[in-house]
Design a protein around this ligand. Structure first.
Ligand code: TMP
Length: 204
């Protein structure tokens, strides 16, 4: 367990319901008496805000290498300033996206996974990483992209491929995100509770 607390992340394609599910999870954990907090990447720190402004909503294409470096820098600050202090207080920290987003998105853009890992080597290893799996065809329809549907679909497929690689290696736990919201939420909560139990038994 990370520094007395529990650190986990929720990953998935844009439009998979990740933010909704992360928020539901934090709410449910709080109801059960756990001290849980919601956090996200890109963070609301200086670098995170810069990313949102210039890379995500700036309308200008930024090189994948620059993107990967910025996300890694934002991640380091996010961990140092938000995640570690909360873990030290024994909290459960749930991050809406983490290092697997860089591996999946910047990896799908053609960067080496080894290099992405390297520039993220100082990022804390999560106790649990969940992947909400929704078909690329479905998220593309939900997002109604302004650009070519095919181009977007192609990108989403590549991103999913990288995520699935980590599901197969056992680093990510896959949850079927095509089910109704309540069912997905129930499944995620049950995975989290059993991981928490596992860690408690290991530490006892
Ligand atoms: P969001 O919509 O979940 O806030 O994510 C914003 C976008 O940033 C999303 O398209 C995924 C992308 N992203 C990366 O490409 N690499 C990363 O490391 C992170 C954290 C997000």
């Amino acid at each position: 367990m990370n520094k007395h607390g529990f650190f986990m992340c929720v990953e998935g394609l844009d439009g998979c319901g990740k933010t909704t599910q992360t928020k539901i999870l934090v709410k449910e954990l709080k109801k059960m008496g756990y001290e849980a907090i919601y956090t996200a990447e890109p963070s609301h720190g200086k670098i995170g805000r810069f990313i949102k402004r210039y890379c995500l909503h700036g309308g200008k294409r930024v090189s994948s290498i620059v993107e990967a470096l910025l996300f890694a820098a934002d991640r380091y600050e996010h961990v140092e300033n938000e995640v570690v202090p909360a873990l030290k207080m024994g909290k459960i920290v749930v991050s809406d996206r983490y290092v697997y987003s860089s591996l999946a998105y910047q990896g799908a853009a053609g960067l080496s996974l080894d290099w992405i890992r390297k520039i993220n080597q100082h990022a804390l290893t999560p106790d649990l990483a969940i992947y909400i799996d929704v078909e690329p065809e479905i998220v593309v329809k939900r997002l109604k992209p302004k650009k070519s549907v095919m181009e977007n679909l192609e990108t989403q497929r590549k991103v999913r491929e990288v995520y699935m690689h980590f599901v197969e290696s056992g680093e990510l736990v896959r949850v079927n995100g095509n089910k109704p919201i309540e069912e997905v939420a129930k499944e995620i909560l049950s995975i989290v509770l059993s991981r928490l139990k596992e860690i408690k038994i290991r530490e006892a």
